[in-house]
Design a protein around this ligand. Sequence first.
Ligand code: 5IU
Length: 475
Amino acid sequence: MNTDQRGIILNLHEIGALKFGTFQLKSGETSTFYIDLRVIVSYPKLLQQICSLVSVTIQKDIDEKIPTRLCGVPYTALPIATVVSINTNLPMLIRRKEAKLYGTKKLIDGEYSCGDDVIVIEDVISSGASILETVEDLEKSNLNVSRVIVLVDRQQGGLQRLSNKGLNITSIFTITQIVDILKREGKISEEKHKNVLDYIKNHQIKNDDSDMILRTKLAFQQRAELGETSKITQKILKLIIEKKTNLCVAADVESADQLLKIAEQVAPHICILKTHIDAVIGVTESTIKHLQQLAKQYNFLIMEDRKMADIGNTVKLQYKKLVKWADLVTVHSVSGGLMLKGILEEVQQTDLLDKRGVFIIAELSCEGNLISQQYTKDTVKIAEDYKDIVVGLVCQTNGVLPSPSLLQLTPGVNITSSGDSLGQKYQTPSDIILTKGADIAVVGRGIYEATNPAETAKYYKESLWNTYLERVSNQ
Ligand code: 5IU
């Protein structure tokens, strides 16, 4: 720590921005220290010194031309971001705190283009919740948060938590550095110093992977009742509960006749029939009608696994044909969230909201695929942002999907084979439901290539359902 930084800490203490004693926090908790940087606006010289530190910290990014915008987290960090903006000549954006109340109102003020890199500035971090809100709003506006700079880290685990979520986040000061200097300079007693360190140790935030535990531990019924579960996801959950099946059969056959035959055989045992209609020869309107009749009679949904991946406008065009008959479709997230907006618009126009849904591919089961961890993480965010239309993710690993209001669909299940010569990797029903955290399992060749597809489907159905019951009973 250099003399400028030491000087800033001493000044902050002098103006009462750093207080030590007993304080009641907003949360109701009692803290042994209180950081209130709002007062710095009344000390322009100190404000300038702090902002110079921030400017120096981000200079390397500016030199490398990474950021194009700055954004302060309201309210305390706004004047800091403003001064840094003037110092560095980086244009600034403001995230409105109140926009949420009005739904359609703009979230971000200022000028920007889709994909701009933004540096977020915050005064203090404890849990990191307000930074996350800002990051989410920026991302919803198609901005990319390249870095987060925090003035003071209360060292309660918030910074680590956000860093684990993939954010490039650093702090200028930690509370330990602050109290070390203040003790050394005789500004606070040994006892106050110790109280602060004890407080940090005993007040670490809980790591909230608890959401994840919640999803796999909650029963489908409980998940259907959650306020944030969409109508279409509720519909799927209710169907699964009624039929006691979380089996989806992939009917990857070559002809329309074979498709109808396998659909009839497995119909009583499935919640979803997954099709690749574009690969089936001889499909006519009457094939589709027949499938729909079966779906109605045996209470299952039809999912066209088209894995659309084009720009929004093209996906919307492709979807125009599918919306008429496919209850569910799959999409890749590679072109970003706006593609889902196109699908949602199409569903609204055809008055089918609550009857149509999308699964997004977040991971693939085949060897050598190019999906990275970051891609998967970003896909989860897109799913969360478009919950009205997205019913869940297609993924392979436990921990990817935290939200109990979304569904995890996992392909690559087979009890008699470990894979194929083209990279497919298989797992057992119990691997998929217990270890991988799947809600719905997809079985293709394991069923349609079996000597008796109907019996085999029944076997998979029971095995998957019993494993699901085991999972939720192990609370
Ligand atoms: N499918 C996968 N893996 C994936 C994705 C989709 O196998 O990662 I995304 C599809 C491909 C096929 C079905 O339609 O699921 C699995 O069929 P088999 O059980 O026959 O391998």
